[in-house]
Design a protein around this ligand. Structure first.
Ligand code: HEC
Ligand code: HEC
Length: 301
């Protein structure tokens, strides 16, 4: 019998410390990702559509969204491997948000605001996914959409996409301040304000030339007002502070409270940092005025 002398591994104190620090560094990075993901998830209102809202419940889906094309049933995006997206990889998740394509090549409909989320950075997408994984799983089965043909045909999205969709992370605008650019990112890629406040063409694509000028046929029958800086038909008479106040409390300068879909938006924006709310308000106040022809119907109070 041969006895092999195993040299003792020398765990010097500095090495041990380095290993401990690295280990806790990884754990801390994971915690950071979940916390950042939660912040973005709430600001993006993922839970408002997918369920659980901002209270940390599972995004089990189920809600029906009425559109001019029919009713879309919001799917389960919880971490359940069978009913949710628990088996998806980071790359699958990015592909869905960046390109609107689910595993297996399934073309997603833009009622899921992927044309906006496409502007998110890879890191922000990964962090949102990490947060979804930290939420409880739901075993709610998905329901089929009740949408009239041809709007329920996924393959038609190939054409829709080539006409109306440009994927890719939102690029900073060089001659604007960091604050304005942060607002631009939050408004477009995260909180997707245009999805409700911009009118759509007959194929359901946003008419960016009329950006933020209001949409009386907003999702779920919502009437989203003109929020451009037009003094008469938009919110051009509001100060930056007044816009911030609305995003924090839901209160308008005339002591009204926003209702309808905007209440869910405010549940998200009320959880933002003051600096981020300020950035959104600075960006919104900078939107060029668009005068809408008919006086916009008074938002329901
Ligand atoms: C306005 C409502 C709405 C919001 C807000 C929304 N979604 Fe969705 N989402 C949908 C609908 C509806 C679908 C189904 C689309 C389809 O069937 O093509 C969907 C589909 C998805 C899918 C594909 C699921 C699958 O099984 O194919 C993922 C992933 C997803 N959403 C993640 C998110 C994330 C993450 C957020 C927030 C950043 C978010 N969604 C915000 C409505 C929404
Ligand atoms: C889910 C659809 C939806 C989204 C997304 C949305 N809004 Fe709204 N918004 C509405 C609706 C609907 C109203 C009208 C509320 C009412 O009837 O009281 C409204 C009202 C407002 C008002 C008050 C305007 C007025 O004249 O009283 C402002 C300002 C506003 N939204 C800004 C934003 C900003 C900024 C974002 C993005 C952070 C955003 N909205 C995202 C639907 C939306």
């Amino acid at each position: 019998m041969r006895i092999v002398a195993v040299p003792p591994i020398k765990l010097s104190l500095p090495l041990l410390l380095a290993l401990l620090v690295a280990g806790s560094g990884i754990a801390r990075a994971a915690d950071d990702a979940v916390a950042r993901g939660k912040y973005l998830y709430n600001a993006a209102g993922c839970g408002g559509c997918h369920g659980g809202d901002v209270n940390g419940g599972p995004p089990g889906g189920g809600k029906g969204l009425a559109t001019p094309f029919g009713v879309f049933h919001v799917p389960n995006i919880s971490s359940d491997p069978q009913f949710g997206i628990g088996r998806w990889t980071d790359a699958d998740f990015r592909q869905a948000l960046r390109h609107g394509i689910a595993p297996g090549g399934k073309q997603l409909f833009p009622v899921f605001p992927f044309p906006s989320f496409s502007g998110l950075t890879d890191r922000d997408m990964d962090d949102v996914f990490a947060y979804i994984h930290s939420l409880p799983a739901a075993t709610t089965p998905n329901q089929p959409h009740e949408v009239k043909p041809p709007f329920g045909w996924r393959w038609t999205m190939v054409f829709w996409r080539s006409l109306f969709f440009t994927p890719g992370p939102l690029q900073p605008v060089a001659d604007r301040s960091a604050l304005w650019n942060r607002g631009n990112y939050l408004v477009h890629a995260v909180a997707h304000c245009e999805e409700c406040h911009t009118p759509r063409n007959p194929l359901g694509a946003l008419r960016h030339s009329r950006a933020f000028s209001g949409n009386i046929h907003g999702p779920d029958g919502q009437n989203a007002p003109n929020i451009t800086s037009d003094k008469e038909t938009g919110i051009g008479s509001w100060s930056v502070e007044e816009i911030e106040h609305l995003l924090k409390t839901g209160e308008t300068p005339d002591f009204d409270s926003v209702a309808s879909g905007m209440t869910a938006v405010v549940r998200g924006t009320s959880k933002l940092s003051d600096a981020d709310r300020h950035a959104i308000a600075v960006y919104i106040a900078s939107i060029p005025p668009i005068h809408t022809q008919r006086p916009p119907p008074k938002p329901a109070s």
